[in-house]
Design a binder for this molecule. Structure first.
Ligand code: FEO
Length: 392
């Protein structure tokens, strides 16, 4: 795609990656993604904000064919999907200075071997004049790494937010057209990469209240020309209490655990609790992560295999621990053949989760009426706790 004008002398560059289906060799990208870069022409200086993932460097370079001089390359974030083509841009514009935080400088030197002489570090709140346009750098740690910052352009009221407020959608739309679609993609994105940093993000959101933001230009997905709703959505995901929802990732080998899960789900619904079930043999792990943004309770359903939890259940539990959702209650259900340490193994995998554990229900072989009675109690206990906390 060619570069496109957003506002007077401000352009969207970068690449649409229609084919990519996995990020960080971990995160599913059902709708591809974009790597957005931006070009700002001031009356005196020109700045390129971020670059693209290295395999798409040629797209960015072709968009710069008619640009004779770049004075500054702003690197908001050292992760290679934004910084990876900076060395190629520097080859074309060797006098350009790479503008970044001090932390990012070290990371960019380590990750991309950019020479130290190319850098100009900036402090939080520092301003850089391009003539009649100004770049104000606003540190925003942990969206998504510790070195990240954003740039505010006061003359045009644009916040260039990099990963912050991003969404993974490959599209030719420059601005958000379908808010529902972007909300879902944005929530998935938050769940998969930002959720562990909720506390710091809360501070970043607070900091942005000092800026009059008319537009948010992220480095993934479409530009928000009406940004209030996405900022509200992030506030909700970060600050609001969890919802009256039980998230149940499960795996079953011979249907015993599946029967327990189905029964628990029915009983929870009877008790007024919403449920979302994820069969881990087929589930999109990003959907599970999105569910964890909201769920007040997590119940892992697993058979015992080789004396412990099924590896898929262990993976889901490991992931939940890493993502640090606002989940308040946790339990385990499942069937075993002759013994094992499923509960002990899973319990040891969740040191990051500040949860109250509800008595697990494990049964030998097919569930009996006593087992179903124990699940009745579990469902009632979950419903009662959600009610006590006022989760809706
Ligand atoms: Fe889009 Fe953290 O990189």
């Amino acid at each position: 795609m060619n570069k496109r004008m957003i506002k007077d002398r401000i352009f969207l560059l970068g690449a649409v990656d229609w084919s990519r289906r996995l990020f960080d060799s971990l995160i599913p990208l059902p709708d591809g993604t974009t790597y957005n870069a931006y070009l700002v022409f001031g009356s005196e200086k020109t700045a390129l904000l971020d670059s693209v993932d290295p395999p798409m460097a040629d797209v960015l370079l072709s968009q710069l064919t008619d640009v004779s001089k770049i004075d500054y390359i702003v690197s908001h974030h050292a992760e290679q999907d934004h910084s990876g083509a900076i060395p190629m841009v520097l080859e074309k514009y060797p006098a350009a200075k790479v503008i970044c935080t001090t932390k990012a400088k070290g990371m960019l030197m380590d990750l991309l071997h950019i020479p130290e002489a190319s850098f100009q570090t900036v402090e939080d709140g520092e301003k850089l004049s391009l003539g009649d346009k100004t770049l104000e750098f606003v540190y925003a740690p942990w969206v998504h790494w510790p070195e990240t910052m954003t740039t505010y352009l006061p003359e045009d009221r644009i916040l260039f937010s990099c990963d912050f407020f991003g969404s993974h959608i490959a599209t030719s739309d420059m601005f958000v057209v379908d808010k529902g679609r972007v909300y879902e993609a944005g929530k998935r994105y938050f769940a998969e990469i930002m959720m562990p940093f909720r506390n710091v993000i809360e501070k970043n959101l607070e900091k942005l209240k000092n800026y009059d933001i008319g537009m948010i230009a992220p480095s993934h997905g479409q530009i928000y020309d009406d940004p209030a709703w996405i900022m509200d959505a992030w506030r909700d995901w970060v600050l609001a209490p969890p919802k009256n929802l039980a998230v149940i990732p499960f795996v079953s080998m011979h249907e015993s655990t599946a029967r327990m899960v189905d029964y628990l789900a029915s009983k929870l619904v009877d008790n007024g609790v919403r449920v979302e079930l994820y069969d881990l043999t087929v589930t999109d792990i990003g959907k599970l992560a999105m569910s964890l943004v909201d769920g007040a309770t997590l119940v892992v359903g697993t058979p015992t295999v080789l004396a412990g939890p099924h590896p898929l259940a262990a993976y889901a539990t490991f992931l939940a621990n890493a993502l640090r959702p606002r989940t308040r209650y946790l339990s385990i259900i499942g069937s075993y053949g002759w013994g094992g340490k499923t509960v002990e193994t899973l319990s040891a995998m969740i040191p990051n989760l500040k949860v109250e554990v509800i008595e697990p229900v494990l049964c030998k072989g097919l569930p009996t009426k006593e087992v179903f009675a124990a699940i009745d109690k579990m469902a009632a206990a979950i419903a009662e706790k959600h009610k006590e906390q006022g989760f809706v």
